[in-house]
Design a protein around this ligand. Sequence first.
Ligand SMILES: [Mg+2]
Length: 358
Amino acid sequence: MKITAIDTFTLRVPTAKPIALDLPEHRLVVTRIHTDAGSEGLGYSLVFGGSGSEAVEAYARRLAELLISEDPLLVGRLWDKMYRADRGIRRVGIAGYALSALDIGLWDLAGKAANLPLAKLWGATTDRVDAYGSGGWGSYSLDDLIGEAKKYAAAGCHYYKMKVHDPDPRVNRQRVEAVRKALGDGVRMMVDVNQKLDVQSSIRQAQLLEDLDLVWYEEPALADDLAACAEVARAIRIPVATGENNYTRFEFRELIERRAARYLMPDVCRANGYTETMRIGQLAAAHQVALSPHVVHELSLHVAAALPNSFLVEWIDWVPADLFEGMPKCEAGAFRITDRPGHGIALTADAEKKYKMA
Ligand SMILES: [Mg+2]
């Protein structure tokens, strides 16, 4: 099999309230890989909030040129070719997103060639992965917040994650307590700092939350500063989660060595695709650290189902019904691996017409 062409384009997809209060749209940088055998692979990177998608698309086009005429089933070789192509550009940030979109498309082709969903191609440990409801942005009113939390609980989720974005840590404590009270004992909670605090402020915020039995305290410091994350982790009694803005197995190795987190959260659309995310997951398994992949649950579900050390996928219920075919449905708080080969996701016939950017 040979790759004959790759289409690269961006979809701009509006969100609905309450998510739209904080993030009015998301963008998907899409790569569609065509082959001489007639099969197609779909890859995409979710650019959360949309900013920077033009740069991701431009670099994905550059990497796509390297794949023309190659055998798509040599996924690891092509990953290496892309990863090592431009030594003056590190494979983090924009470049990580771009490589991810192509790697995900290559794995989609590999799954289709084997007629297996990726989780089973990788030796699945389960065919059902529990999800946590995620959202709770700072711009939500208390009613928005509790309404969203209860919606996920009604879908069967036993975990809900919200942001702690108010500049006053006592306000964040009050909001977490209010949601916890509204949800009752059947749902446990996590909170997300999203890198907004310095080390001292982050430690103070965590200490104000320590008696609330939180599962984790997420992205406590700037993601570039692994030492700062480790410093917070040493100082607080809530387990730390981080990794959605880390990109390679080398960065994750350092997080592990520094004991900076008990939960690692690579994003398959950022961390150089499925290829690197699976390596990060195996590395975490060797250190008894849990893997809880970041967003895009429709894609990361396969990673979580394949690995022995995964804990939950993150479910942000934002995707409009007319964007994807094959979107997994939440059943009693969990997502099942279906028999659809590859990652199982396709764009609907109308998605391009409706959402494609000029
Ligand atoms: Mg997060």
